[in-house]
Design a protein around this ligand. Sequence first.
Ligand code: CTP
Length: 399
Amino acid sequence: MNIVVGVTGGIAAYKTVHLVRLLTKGGHDVTVVPTEDALRFVGLPTWEAISRHPVTTSVHDDVAKVRHVALGQAADLVIVAPATANSLAKMTAGLADDLLGTTLLATEAPVLIAPAMHAEMWRNRATQANIATLRERGVHIVGPADGELAGGDSGPGRMSEPEEIFAAAQALLTPGDLLGVRVVVSAGGTREPIDPVRFLGNRSSGRQGVALAAEAAARGAEVTLVAANIAGDVLAEARHPAIRIVTVGAAAELADAMKREAVEADVVVMAAAVADYRPVEVSERKLTKESGGVPPIELAENEDIVAALASARRPGQLVVGFAAETPEDEVELLERAHRKQQRKGVDLLIVNAVGWERGFETAENAVHILGPGGVDAGVASGSKRLVAAAIWDAIAREH
Ligand code: CTP
């Protein structure tokens, strides 16, 4: 997304450097528009380096590109952080005597401001009237927080922390297209017990499934996350009031949970890596060398859960499967995927090539999305959260 970050002249500008970093790390394209005064606090080279874009305060630079309106027109979101008392007054009056002023007037994107000033200035009736007017015009306001202010005072007026402003920005950029949709997502990898201390497992960390659950919840869905053996730090990403977590271990438990939860769901996403086979016998006691020889482990086939869910789906319910493949090339990847989609009877299939160094246990992913009937529904790559967003875009188109 294209984000303009306006910076006005307050000491909190140093915290905005971190905000810009969070935004760029989150995959956004950020253009910083400081006021002249803001440059007294944090200099131009810092803004250019952190945003990786040229930075100017003036409407007279880059005139050929009509920069004074182009930035605002192209923006998906404009943030002003810190927003000083003076800048709030200018915004309320609609003044456009610098690049930030013209950008704010030219944009139709949501505007998010993070006020920062001394408590007296914040409480002043002029400032409060300006805030009320801006709010009425649809401007979103985050903070200010109550706390220590420059000069040792304390009270309301402290700019919200960059993480909080980032979260507010993400919420504004996230479509509410899954509002009220009931979703079940499986994630992680099953463990098929051999004895009380050993299992047959796989390398799935659950990150992609957790990202899918978190993205769905952010877009308004009610989510049940069926989590198979996911580490606590990964599962923490799914902490959201709209996400209920059900934990499971082996494929049979995952199958039971999915069948139970799918009854009420509008969309079922099977992102978990399921063991295709399980040991026929599970020893009650640890197998030891004293038991004699190399233990033969006889395997039985597990049920294909997603195929069962797809054949039992009710009208209007969408079932989404994943395919983890280790192909020679792209052609083989897609051939295998098409066969798998037909074999499993799923509506959408998310295909990713995996290997020793890709797909598993990494923060990034790259997928092909096959829509109903095997039609090409696009590709996505980047952080697992960005990939999750692209997958939900494709699902929302079918829902
Ligand atoms: N899956 C399932 N039940 C199984 C095995 C897999 O529901 N017993 C689901 C996975 O959750 C995924 C999809 O099927 O959504 C594809 O998984 P994958 O491991 O790629 O395929 P397999 O069915 O194991 O086929 P193969 O081993 O031939 O690639």
